[in-house]
Design a protein around this ligand. Structure first.
Ligand code: ADP
Length: 625
């Protein structure tokens, strides 16, 4: 059969693996065993659910053997689901996951050297090329007659030919290169399987030649006779880790299981192992990765939870197992009560599943809370990775809103780093009646806002909501423990600092307000006298219901339709510039002043003036006077 070309992205991936994982090349074995175990999981499921395969005698196992000498080889065999010709082409000639493809494309050269990054997506089968000159895969799909051999040296092409194989399954033979020579060794293999694959729930057997010397029988030179016995020995303990009791498991056990199962090179940030007994029985083991999965913000992200029923693997591709905002969680759900042949549709409406799901969410959120209280440093790491998905939960998971409100963190005018709403509330002075925030821009721009200064002077802390999602979040929170959340750059907060003096100021300012309104006409919705500005002539605020000016700008850049809401100009009647306008009689000059006033207020919020040329011309006009 003809040589076939790898898809370009496979070449990229191969290159990347070989260069970035080199120091960790032993993981290839874990990857191949994990594939074999998946193949056994898939077949086990089919023998229980698929009429055609129900009669199959199935004795699941993974076999490892090797040859020493000049031509060292290593062979990994499973009697799992197997692959036919199409499967071989699709699975071992391309990268099936579009997420992985895009992730690869998005990496810079610098990032490509970071093996932690690459560890985040299963490097899989291709990692075996780190230790092989050539790889052969002989496979026969369960329920089919024909077997095929896939073969490649990993240098751009592969071939597929008809082959022979007894029974279903896959045999992978690695023709080890110099770097792989050490792996054709009993002790090395045993140790690697113990390290990485001990919890694989199928038996892994190692075949080796046991050499002993018999003293009683001498060879012709008078030395003890060499006796070679061929042995096959099970080398993993083969117990589903999550079914073992917490007390017998060590942190390394949990972490090794995590790295094996979820293809991470790093330990998990933390994990949570729970057994529920009672009306419904199930076990969950959840992990939070140290770094957010690379596809967390892709619509076609790969879900991280594997569903088992009585230890039989059912699916790892169901986005309903946990709510979308918890898509970064990896783990296992193993139910004793679900039927084995649950379909996706059934899962969605199943009462047992929805109860497991909702309890799992509660457990996870409770654990996040515990960490926030007992391990604040770890919680900061967690927030750095997952604040944003948690915020999504605020507007998608009403049931757990109160818990989520305690978990999310915001930046603030008062302290560096992150604050919780609880901290904010506890620091509030007695006369403060609302939680203030500013949103719709970059952190630096927001923090430099003259409005913040006014609040800080009064001893009020302002939350700095600089993430795009924040504006939706703030409006969906609405209030926290009966304190309304108010955007200081929206009209609803303007009256908050009114006192007797400011009422008088508003009266006095009426004249200049009218003058500015008449000059700016429909460029502004309104002009009002400020009760809060001190060192700035004017700021922009928007209507409570409207997105901030910065948000409007972002939406526009994203190509979203925006109903433009006109700004409200809030002026500081004590400012010399405003006073000047008040005193000026020449209409042309008033127009110039007002134009500059509006544009510089926009600029201060990081928003471009509508007509930058006109702005600079006016500025020049004033400066040269
Ligand atoms: P991943 O395991 O992350 O999907 P791999 O590159 O390791 O990526 O494998 C690609 C695909 O090849 C697998 O998803 C699976 O469908 C198939 N595959 C690999 N090894 C086996 C095997 N031993 N038996 C059956 N299918 C396999």
């Amino acid at each position: 059969m003809a040589e076939m070309q790898f898809k370009t992205e496979v070449n990229d991936l191969l290159h990347l693996i070989i260069h970035s994982l080199y120091s960790n090349k032993e993981i290839f074995l874990r990857e191949l065993i994990s594939n074999a175990s998946d193949a056994l999981d898939k077949l086990k499921y089919l023998t229980l659910t698929d009429e055609k395969l129900k009669s199959l005698a199935f004795d699941p196992r993974i076999d490892i053997s090797f040859t020493e000498g000049d031509k060292r080889t290593l062979t990994i065999t499973d009697n799992g689901i197997g692959m036919n010709e199409d499967d071989l082409n699709n699975n071992l000639g391309t990268i099936a996951s579009s997420g992985t493809k895009r992730f690869l494309a998005s990496l810079t050269d610098e990032q490509k050297k970071d093996s932690n990054l690459i560890g985040q997506f299963g490097v899989g089968f291709y990692s075996a090329f780190m230790v092989s000159d050539r790889i052969e895969v002989v496979s026969r799909k369960a329920g089919e007659e024909k077997a095929y051999k896939w073969s490649s040296d990993g240098k751009g092409t592969y071939s597929i030919d008809p082959a022979q194989r007894d029974g279903q399954g896959t045999t992978i033979t690695l023709y080890l290169n110099e770097d792989g020579a050490d792996y054709a060794n009993r002790w090395e293999l045993e140790q690697l399987v113990k390290k990485y694959s001990d919890n694989i729930s199928f038996p892994i057997f190692l075949a080796y030649d046991d050499v002993t010397y018999d003293d009683k029988e001498k060879d012709k030179d008078g030395n003890a006779k060499k006796v070679v016995t061929h042995k096959v020995e099970q080398i993993n303990s083969c117990q589903a880790l999550w079914k073992r009791s917490k007390s017998e498991l060590k942190p390394e056990d949990y972490q090794n299981f995590y790295k094996n199962t979820f293809h991470d090179t790093d330990d998990a940030m933390f994990y949570l192992h729970t057994k529920a007994e009672g009306s419904i029985e199930y076990t969950t083991l959840f992990y939070v990765p140290k770094t957010a999965p690379f596809d967390m913000y892709y619509a076609d992200y790969k879900p991280g939870v594997r569903l088992y029923v009585k230890r039989v693997f059912i699916t790892d591709d169901d986005k309903q197992l946990l709510p979308t905002y918890l898509r970064f969680v990896r783990g296992i759900i193993d139910s004793e009560d679900l039927p084995l042949n649950v379909s996706r549709e059934i899962l969605q409406q199943n009462r047992i599943m929805s109860s497991i799901r909702s309890n799992s969410v509660k457990k996870l959120l409770a654990e996040f809370k515990r960490i926030s209280e007992q391990e604040p440093e770890k919680y900061i790491d967690f927030i750095k990775q997952y604040n944003r998905p948690l915020k999504e939960g605020l507007y998608s998971d009403w049931e757990n809103r109160d818990e989520l409100m305690e978990l999310v963190r915001f930046k603030s005018s008062k302290v560096d780093g992150y604050v919780s709403l609880k901290d904010y509330k506890s620091r509030m002075p007695k006369d403060q009646k609302s939680i203030y925030y500013i949103s719709g821009g970059k952190e630096e721009t927001l923090k430099a806002s003259p409005l913040i200064e006014a609040y800080t002077k009064k001893g009020f802390e302002v939350l700095v909501l600089d993430e795009e999602i924040d504006e939706f979040v703030a409006s969906s929170i609405g209030s926290y423990q009966s304190l309304p959340l108010k955007a200081i750059n929206k009209s609803g907060s303007m009256d908050d600092m009114k006192d007797e003096a400011s009422k008088q100021k508003a009266e006095e300012g009426k004249g200049v307000v009218e003058k500015i309104k008449a000059s700016l006409k429909d460029q502004v919705k309104d002009v009002v006298v400020s009760s809060r500005l001190t060192d700035t002539p004017a700021v922009i605020v928007v209507d409570d219901s409207a997105p901030t000016v910065q948000m409007q700008q972002i939406l526009k850049q994203m190509g979203q339709p925006v109903v433009e809401s006109k700004p409200i100009l809030e002026i500081n009647a004590d400012d010399p510039m405003i006073k000047k306008i008040g005193a000026e009689g020449d209409q042309k000059l008033i127009d110039t002043w007002c134009g500059v006033l509006l544009d510089q207020a926009l600029l201060a919020q990081g928003v471009m003036p509508k007509d930058p040329v006109a702005f600079t011309r006016r500025l020049h006009e004033l400066l040269s006077k």
